[in-house]
Design a protein. Structure first.
Length: 71
């Protein structure tokens, strides 16, 4: 698993699982007739590693890029 340089958990909830630590993505499934359908599966959130916390690089945390309102 790759985590971006400077990424860290913060006080914000994960935007993918809304802070629950689990999410319900759609998974392709082939029926006996050959038709491809999508079913919902419940799994640990891959975006926050199941913590429920935001995990990304905030613009103000990057030294090489200006933060909000800075140019």
């Amino acid at each position: 698993m790759q985590v971006a340089d400077g990424a860290h958990h913060c006080e914000l909830p994960c935007r993918w699982c809304s802070g629950s630590g689990t999410w319900r993505p759609e998974k392709p499934h082939i029926q006996e007739s050959g038709e491809i359908v999508f079913i919902r599966v419940t799994e640990e959130c891959r975006m926050c590693l199941g913590t429920g916390e935001c995990m990304h690089v905030h613009p103000e945390d990057r030294a090489d890029q200006p933060g909000p309102g800075q140019r």
